[in-house]
Design a protein. Structure first.
Length: 64
């Protein structure tokens, strides 16, 4: 699943988002693209749960 995170702009942002998603699912695979401001996640969790984790990190997210 892939999400657009418009306010993600630096390594700290990606680390915070990755940490929250790992808290939701330690086995999740997370890749970020700062230029496109996207987060791609491979997880057994739902889209909604991942969006909530990204929001918990302080960022808005929308499915792509």
């Amino acid at each position: 699943m892939k999400f657009h995170v418009p306010d993600m702009s630096c390594g700290h942002c990606t680390a915070a988002i990755t940490k929250e998603i790992a808290g939701l699912d330690p086995a999740a695979q997370v890749s970020t693209d700062l230029d496109a401001r996207t987060v791609e996640v491979t997880t057994s969790q739902t889209d909604g749960a991942v969006i909530q984790a990204i929001k918990s990190a302080g960022y808005e997210a929308a499915p792509v």
